[in-house]
Ligand binder design. Structure first.
Ligand SMILES: Cc1cc2nc3c(=O)[nH]c(=O)nc-3n(C[C@H](O)[C@H](O)[C@H](O)COP(=O)(O)O)c2cc1C
Length: 195
Protein backbone atom coordinates (compact mmCIF):
# COMPACT_ATOMS: atom_id res chain seq x y z
CA UNK A 1 0.00 0.00 0.00
CA UNK A 2 1.20 3.50 -0.82
CA UNK A 3 2.41 5.34 2.26
CA UNK A 4 0.76 8.75 2.67
CA UNK A 5 2.81 11.93 3.04
CA UNK A 6 6.08 10.14 2.49
CA UNK A 7 9.27 12.11 2.00
CA UNK A 8 9.39 10.89 -1.58
CA UNK A 9 5.90 12.27 -2.24
CA UNK A 10 7.04 15.69 -0.97
CA UNK A 11 10.14 15.48 -3.18
CA UNK A 12 7.97 14.73 -6.22
CA UNK A 13 5.30 17.35 -5.54
CA UNK A 14 7.48 20.26 -4.39
CA UNK A 15 7.95 22.98 -6.97
CA UNK A 16 9.18 26.54 -6.51
CA UNK A 17 6.10 28.64 -5.79
CA UNK A 18 6.14 32.40 -6.35
CA UNK A 19 2.43 33.32 -5.84
CA UNK A 20 0.92 33.02 -2.39
CA UNK A 21 -2.38 33.34 -0.52
CA UNK A 22 -2.30 36.11 2.06
CA UNK A 23 -3.15 33.72 4.94
CA UNK A 24 -0.44 33.95 7.63
CA UNK A 25 1.69 30.94 8.58
CA UNK A 26 1.65 30.08 12.26
CA UNK A 27 4.96 30.96 13.98
CA UNK A 28 5.28 27.47 15.49
CA UNK A 29 5.05 26.03 12.00
CA UNK A 30 7.79 28.38 10.78
CA UNK A 31 9.94 27.31 13.74
CA UNK A 32 9.30 23.69 12.76
CA UNK A 33 10.68 24.46 9.28
CA UNK A 34 13.81 26.03 10.77
CA UNK A 35 14.16 22.99 13.00
CA UNK A 36 14.14 20.84 9.86
CA UNK A 37 17.03 22.98 8.58
CA UNK A 38 18.87 22.78 11.90
CA UNK A 39 18.93 18.98 11.75
CA UNK A 40 20.35 18.74 8.21
CA UNK A 41 23.74 17.15 7.51
CA UNK A 42 26.67 19.52 8.10
CA UNK A 43 30.28 19.14 6.92
CA UNK A 44 32.41 18.12 9.95
CA UNK A 45 29.24 18.94 11.90
CA UNK A 46 30.48 22.54 12.13
CA UNK A 47 26.92 23.91 11.79
CA UNK A 48 27.71 27.39 10.45
CA UNK A 49 24.08 28.28 9.71
CA UNK A 50 21.59 30.46 11.54
CA UNK A 51 18.15 31.55 10.43
CA UNK A 52 15.99 34.65 10.64
CA UNK A 53 12.22 34.26 10.37
CA UNK A 54 10.53 37.35 8.93
CA UNK A 55 6.76 37.73 9.29
CA UNK A 56 6.37 41.42 10.18
CA UNK A 57 4.47 43.07 7.28
CA UNK A 58 6.75 46.08 7.07
CA UNK A 59 9.92 43.94 7.10
CA UNK A 60 8.38 41.49 4.61
CA UNK A 61 7.71 44.29 2.17
CA UNK A 62 11.27 45.59 2.57
CA UNK A 63 12.72 42.12 1.96
CA UNK A 64 10.39 41.69 -1.03
CA UNK A 65 11.93 44.74 -2.72
CA UNK A 66 15.36 43.06 -2.71
CA UNK A 67 14.28 39.94 -4.65
CA UNK A 68 14.65 39.05 -8.33
CA UNK A 69 11.80 36.73 -9.36
CA UNK A 70 11.72 34.00 -12.03
CA UNK A 71 14.46 35.30 -14.31
CA UNK A 72 13.38 33.22 -17.34
CA UNK A 73 9.86 34.66 -17.46
CA UNK A 74 9.53 37.75 -19.65
CA UNK A 75 8.11 40.35 -19.27
CA UNK A 76 9.10 40.63 -15.63
CA UNK A 77 6.82 38.55 -13.44
CA UNK A 78 7.02 40.00 -9.95
CA UNK A 79 4.20 38.79 -7.65
CA UNK A 80 1.36 41.34 -7.31
CA UNK A 81 0.67 42.95 -3.92
CA UNK A 82 -1.95 40.34 -3.00
CA UNK A 83 0.24 37.39 -4.01
CA UNK A 84 3.45 38.13 -2.15
CA UNK A 85 5.12 35.72 0.29
CA UNK A 86 3.73 36.03 3.82
CA UNK A 87 6.96 34.92 5.49
CA UNK A 88 10.64 34.46 4.76
CA UNK A 89 13.35 32.34 6.28
CA UNK A 90 16.66 34.11 5.74
CA UNK A 91 19.61 31.71 5.79
CA UNK A 92 22.63 33.21 7.54
CA UNK A 93 26.17 31.85 7.50
CA UNK A 94 29.15 32.13 9.78
CA UNK A 95 31.25 31.29 6.72
CA UNK A 96 34.63 31.59 8.37
CA UNK A 97 34.00 28.44 10.37
CA UNK A 98 33.32 26.00 7.53
CA UNK A 99 34.69 25.61 4.01
CA UNK A 100 31.64 23.51 3.18
CA UNK A 101 29.06 26.10 4.18
CA UNK A 102 27.50 26.26 0.70
CA UNK A 103 26.77 22.54 0.81
CA UNK A 104 25.32 22.93 4.29
CA UNK A 105 23.02 25.66 2.96
CA UNK A 106 21.86 23.30 0.21
CA UNK A 107 21.02 20.48 2.58
CA UNK A 108 19.34 22.74 5.13
CA UNK A 109 17.33 24.59 2.48
CA UNK A 110 16.07 21.34 0.97
CA UNK A 111 15.03 20.11 4.41
CA UNK A 112 13.12 23.36 4.89
CA UNK A 113 11.32 23.33 1.54
CA UNK A 114 10.41 19.65 1.85
CA UNK A 115 9.10 20.12 5.40
CA UNK A 116 7.09 23.09 4.07
CA UNK A 117 5.70 20.99 1.21
CA UNK A 118 4.62 18.29 3.68
CA UNK A 119 2.69 21.01 5.57
CA UNK A 120 1.01 22.25 2.38
CA UNK A 121 3.14 25.39 2.25
CA UNK A 122 4.71 26.64 -0.96
CA UNK A 123 8.28 27.88 -1.03
CA UNK A 124 10.94 29.32 -3.26
CA UNK A 125 14.68 29.40 -2.63
CA UNK A 126 16.01 32.79 -3.68
CA UNK A 127 19.61 33.76 -4.35
CA UNK A 128 19.04 36.69 -6.71
CA UNK A 129 18.69 39.02 -3.75
CA UNK A 130 20.37 42.16 -2.46
CA UNK A 131 22.20 40.53 0.44
CA UNK A 132 23.71 43.76 1.78
CA UNK A 133 20.29 45.39 1.86
CA UNK A 134 18.75 42.42 3.72
CA UNK A 135 21.70 42.54 6.14
CA UNK A 136 20.73 46.18 6.85
CA UNK A 137 16.96 45.62 6.99
CA UNK A 138 17.30 42.88 9.59
CA UNK A 139 20.30 44.44 11.33
CA UNK A 140 22.22 41.22 11.03
CA UNK A 141 25.49 41.43 13.00
CA UNK A 142 28.72 41.52 10.92
CA UNK A 143 29.89 38.04 11.94
CA UNK A 144 26.89 36.53 10.14
CA UNK A 145 26.31 36.89 6.40
CA UNK A 146 23.04 36.67 4.52
CA UNK A 147 23.33 33.70 2.14
CA UNK A 148 19.85 33.25 0.70
CA UNK A 149 16.17 33.66 1.38
CA UNK A 150 13.34 31.14 1.34
CA UNK A 151 9.99 32.72 0.46
CA UNK A 152 6.98 31.01 2.03
CA UNK A 153 3.20 31.01 1.93
CA UNK A 154 0.14 28.92 1.16
CA UNK A 155 0.18 28.28 -2.58
CA UNK A 156 -1.69 30.48 -5.06
CA UNK A 157 -0.23 29.06 -8.27
CA UNK A 158 0.49 25.74 -9.90
CA UNK A 159 3.81 24.56 -11.19
CA UNK A 160 4.55 21.21 -12.82
CA UNK A 161 7.78 19.39 -13.52
CA UNK A 162 8.06 17.84 -16.98
CA UNK A 163 10.61 15.74 -18.80
CA UNK A 164 12.91 18.03 -20.74
CA UNK A 165 12.03 17.37 -24.39
CA UNK A 166 14.12 20.04 -26.05
CA UNK A 167 17.50 21.08 -24.89
CA UNK A 168 16.22 23.99 -22.82
CA UNK A 169 16.27 24.42 -19.06
CA UNK A 170 13.98 27.47 -19.26
CA UNK A 171 10.78 27.14 -17.27
CA UNK A 172 7.76 28.77 -18.92
CA UNK A 173 4.24 29.91 -18.14
CA UNK A 174 1.17 28.77 -20.11
CA UNK A 175 -1.99 30.81 -20.81
CA UNK A 176 -3.57 29.60 -17.56
CA UNK A 177 -0.59 30.86 -15.57
CA UNK A 178 0.69 27.34 -14.86
CA UNK A 179 4.47 27.15 -14.67
CA UNK A 180 6.17 24.29 -16.55
CA UNK A 181 9.58 23.27 -15.27
CA UNK A 182 11.71 21.08 -17.56
CA UNK A 183 13.79 18.48 -15.74
CA UNK A 184 16.48 16.40 -17.42
CA UNK A 185 15.22 12.85 -17.97
CA UNK A 186 16.38 10.08 -15.65
CA UNK A 187 17.83 8.08 -18.53
CA UNK A 188 19.89 11.10 -19.61
CA UNK A 189 21.59 11.57 -16.24
CA UNK A 190 21.81 8.06 -14.82
CA UNK A 191 24.78 5.73 -15.32
CA UNK A 192 24.69 2.25 -13.83
CA UNK A 193 27.95 0.38 -13.26
CA UNK A 194 29.91 2.80 -15.43
CA UNK A 195 29.31 4.48 -18.80
C1 LIG B 1 20.48 28.11 -5.61
C2 LIG B 1 19.11 28.54 -6.10
C3 LIG B 1 18.85 29.87 -6.33
C4 LIG B 1 17.59 30.29 -6.78
N1 LIG B 1 17.33 31.62 -6.92
C5 LIG B 1 16.12 32.02 -7.36
C6 LIG B 1 15.82 33.41 -7.48
O1 LIG B 1 16.61 34.28 -7.16
N2 LIG B 1 14.59 33.76 -7.96
C7 LIG B 1 13.64 32.83 -8.31
O2 LIG B 1 12.54 33.22 -8.71
N3 LIG B 1 13.90 31.50 -8.18
C8 LIG B 1 15.10 31.07 -7.73
N4 LIG B 1 15.37 29.73 -7.57
C9 LIG B 1 14.35 28.73 -7.93
C10 LIG B 1 14.73 28.02 -9.25
O3 LIG B 1 14.39 28.87 -10.34
C11 LIG B 1 13.96 26.69 -9.33
O4 LIG B 1 14.40 25.85 -8.29
C12 LIG B 1 14.18 25.99 -10.67
O5 LIG B 1 13.60 26.75 -11.72
C13 LIG B 1 13.57 24.58 -10.68
O6 LIG B 1 12.19 24.64 -10.36
P1 LIG B 1 11.61 23.80 -9.14
O7 LIG B 1 12.20 24.36 -7.87
O8 LIG B 1 10.12 24.03 -9.21
O9 LIG B 1 11.99 22.36 -9.34
C14 LIG B 1 16.59 29.32 -7.06
C15 LIG B 1 16.87 27.96 -6.81
C16 LIG B 1 18.10 27.58 -6.31
C17 LIG B 1 18.36 26.12 -6.01
Amino acid sequence: MKEKNSTYDAILSRRSIRRFQQKPINLDLLKKLVNAGRLAPSGANLQPLEYAIVTDKNLCSKVFETIGWAGYIKPKWTPAGDKRPVAYIVVLVRDSISRWFERDVGFASENIVLAAEAEGIGSCVLCKIDKDRIQEILQVPDDLKVDSVIALGYKAERSVAEDMEEDSVRYWRDNDGVLHVPKRKLEDILHINGF
